[in-house]
Write a protein that binds this ligand. Structure first.
Ligand code: UDX
Length: 433
């Protein structure tokens, strides 16, 4: 199939590559020329394992092309995916300005198109957006009717950063929300080569499935972190406890790792947006409020325990290992390293930070601390170490030789406690020293 994709951010580019892998012809559309130039050189504008290799391959073969001319891309393709950003406003509500402008552009282009065209919403949006803003705008601009003259679908993205290509090619399920059979059949033909279960719903249900999935995953993490704080005081290891809990197949072992909390572009944004939707509907969300509150408590808790256990941090040299919100990405959105570093600075600690990929991005958030690429140098300088992202290289440090350190605080269980014999060490969710 010939497919145009509006928006070349994380979701747009990985979706384009995955659809090209399935044998489709892709045109990526963006308003920023520099971004398209980078993509055409075979390099993604973000770090994601495996993406550059596949992108280069499909650019070489001509399966992926780019353009700034959205209207023409729509004319020469059979379907258009909308993958523009849906950032949060200050009050947690969704900023729909990019969706509105993309829908307007698509509607105007479809006015002159005779063939049946399917518009697929892929970005995460508040339930009601596809049949509301998107459908209404496209119908108004094109003079055509969704569900008969043109197809409207919502197909949420479930990929994890750091595993984006794997998740795109091997999804647990593909949710297709649509209002007519013709559109569903086209979507089914597109995605059936993946071999995953395809679930047909309404567009609004598809939107809600995405919000509910991310909120439940975030809830599992916050629940684990709450149990973790109780375990620490009772003298138990939460990892052992959650291993036992996760063996119940109704629960499963995933997303039960205690840590400094969840970050990233999805969980905090989507939970907040769902809470905001409920508020507009005059509903309370005591559980989701608790999920977000737990996520704020956990970074502070890490610093408080460190100070209570190993002494005041004011004036001490503290190294922070890990700035990305998780390994294998340079993404720092909502990273828990931010509140931890702020809490350390508030206490007067002298902070230096390192990360294999995310220093550049993080500098914009906190410009006034020292950053270093040199892990050994920063460890030699430090008195205290906080590990906040579980990059594999932190597990292979020769910790036995770091006897000058006053303490290592592991916020992600990234090192083997056996290797910490000569160093004072405390890992989140383990008995308080
Ligand atoms: C998430 C969802 O997993 C994905 O399906 C959705 O489409 C987008 O949001 P992502 O944000 O890329 O993906 O990362 P994920 O691996 O889910 O981790 C999110 C955060 O939760 C990270 O900060 C991670 O460290 C934290 N986490 C995850 C935990 O603290 N404990 C866990 O057990 C799992």
């Amino acid at each position: 199939m010939n497919i145009s994709i509006i928006g070349t951010g994380y979701v747009g580019l990985t979706t384009g590559i995955a659809l090209a892998e399935l044998g489709n012809q892709i045109i990526l559309v963006d308003l920023i020329k520099e971004k398209l130039d980078i993509i055409m050189s075979g390099v993604a504008p973000f770090f994601e394992p495996g993406v550059n290799e596949l992108l280069s391959k499909h650019i070489r073969t001509g399966n992926i092309k780019t353009t700034m001319d959205g209207a023409n891309a729509i004319m020469v393709t059979d379907m258009t995916f909308i993958t523009v950003g849906t950032p949060s406003r200050k009050d947690g509500s969704m900023d729909d300005s990019h969706i509105r402008s993309a829908s307007k552009m698509i509607g105007e282009a479809l006015k002159d198109k005779e063939d049946f065209h399917v518009v697929v919403m892929k970005s995460t949006v508040v339930p009601g957006t596809t049949l509301g803003i998107i459908r209404e705008t496209i119908e108004r601009q094109s003079g055509k009717k969704g569900g008969s003259d043109l197809g409207i679908a919502m197909c949420p993205e479930f990929l994890r950063e750091g595993a984006a290509m794997h998740d795109s090619m091997h999804p647990d399920r593909v949710v297709v929300g649509c209002i007519d059979d013709r559109t569903y059949e086209i979507m089914e033909r597109l995605f059936s080569p993946l071999g995953s279960r395809i679930l047909r719903t309404s567009p609004t249900a598809a939107e809600m499935i995405k919000y509910a999935s991310n909120s439940l995953l975030a809830t599992k993490i916050s629940f684990t972190n709450e149990i973790s704080r109780i375990c620490e005081k009772v003298g138990l290891d939460v990892y052992e406890i959650m291993e036992g809990v996760g063996l119940d197949f109704r629960i499963n072992p995933m997303f039960l790792k205690a840590g400094a909390g969840f970050g990233g572009s999805c969980f905090p944004k989507d939970v907040s947006a769902l809470m905001n939707l409920a508020k507009q509907l005059d509903l309370d969300t005591p559980l989701l409020n608790g999920v977000m509150k737990n996520n704020e408590i956990q970074p502070q808790h890490l610093v408080e325990v460190a100070e209570r256990t190993f002494g005041p941090l004011g004036g001490r040299r503290v190294a922070v290992l890990g700035l990305a919100f998780k390994p294998d990405t340079d993404d720092i959105r909502e990273t828990r390293s931010l509140p931890v570093i702020r809490a350390l600075m508030d206490r007067g600690a002298v902070v230096r930070a390192t990360d294999p990929k995310a220093i550049g991005n993080f500098k914009a958030a906190i410009p006034d601390i020292v950053y270093s690429d040199d892990l050994e140098e920063i460890l030699d300088w430090a008195e205290f170490v906080f590990i906040l992202t579980e990059w594999p290289e932190y597990g292979t440090i020769d910790w036995g030789s770091k006897t000058h350190l006053s303490a290592v605080i592991d916020g992600r269980r990234s090192v083997d406690p056996v290797s910490m014999k000569n160093v004072k060490y405390w890992a989140i969710g383990s008995p308080l020293p």
